[in-house]
Design a binder for this molecule. Structure first.
Ligand code: ADP
Length: 281
């Protein structure tokens, strides 16, 4: 009897946690299936990007569910100028970059490139004109050339020019295989600075109009960070960059600071922003 009772009671005890797990899973299932009804399907844009003057935000508001990130914001960014994006952690810097780069469409107000509504621009064409540089650069075990061109058939001269402009020339041309040098898995044989320069060269071979850079130099030592940021500031395109570092003699080369605070945006000329000592850190 005791053995039989043991055989019945223990499995019952094991069932209790499983029951809780099932209850939790049901909640997750309900959440996933209910989201489906709320998804607004965005109609794909078909127009080509034309960007020769400015990007404008007109009365833009954006929230994540009930968390307001931007509230009736107006902003005008000029072509080929370099902007530093500032604000406390969680203020909405990454969100603003995502709004400007067609990641989110569910905002109120209008975002225009020249006079064209961003929502009307084809995603494929838009992506051909922008580049993103993050702290982590994805590199694969293949030649430097393929890592730069991402297997597109690009003009060799253009690739070489990008390599030089990104500051990779010495590193590449000192090696006998040059652009055919094979990188180790995820670029383990490159320094942090070289990895970021590969990301910059990728942007340059694409001939992009806009570079979005999110903490591209924060994992580098101050000297390398300053060099990479300086390279970014010399690119012939519009730059919108989040950077917490202040590099004396380099940071001043930005044209303006976009500051996000309490859902509002202020645009400062660089000299005004850094004239207040508190903003230099
Ligand atoms: P920052 O880049 O200035 O640190 P973010 O734009 O990343 O700020 O985030 C702004 C706020 O929005 C934060 O409170 C963050 O937790 C929240 N947030 C960011 N992304 C999402 C998301 N996909 N869903 C819900 N909330 C988000």
């Amino acid at each position: 009897m005791i053995i039989l009772a043991n055989g019945c009671i223990w499995p019952l005890e094991e069932l209790l946690p499983l029951f809780n797990e099932l209850k939790g899973s049901l909640k997750i299932f309900e959440k996933i299936t209910s989201i489906k009804e709320n998804i607004s399907v965005h109609e794909q844009g078909t127009r080509k990007l034309s960007f020769s003057e400015s990007i404008e935000l007109k009365d833009v508001s954006f929230s994540y569910e009930d968390q307001k990130i931007l509230s009736h914001v107006n902003l005008k960014l000029e072509k080929n100028k370099k902007y530093l994006l500032k604000g406390a952690s969680g203020a909405g810097k990454s969100t603003l970059m995502k709004l400007l780069s067609q990641t989110y469409y569910e905002y109120e107000g209008a975002i225009t490139y020249d006079t064209m509504d961003l929502k009307k621009i084809s995603a494929e064409d838009f992506n051909n004109h922008v580049a993103f540089i993050y702290q982590d650069v994805f590199l694969f075990e293949d030649t430097m050339l393929n890592n730069l061109t991402l297997y597109r058939d690009l003009d060799q001269k253009k690739v070489e020019k990008a390599v030089v402009e990104a500051g990779l020339a010495d590193f590449l041309y000192d090696h006998p295989d040059k652009l055919n040098r094979v990188l180790r898995e995820n670029g383990q044989d490159l320094s942090g600075g070289q990895r970021q320069r590969v990301a910059i060269a990728r942007a340059l071979v694409k001939d992009v109009d806009i570079v979005f850079s999110d903490e591209a130099t924060s994992s580098l030592n101050p000297e390398l960070g300053a060099q990479v940021e300086s390279t970014l500031l010399g690119l012939p395109c519009t730059l919108i960059a989040v950077s917490h570092r202040y590099y004396p003699g380099v940071t001043e080369k930005y044209d303006g600071v976009i500051e996000i605070k309490n859902g509002k945006i202020q645009l400062y000329p660089i000299e005004d922003y850094f004239s207040e000592e508190a903003n230099v850190s």
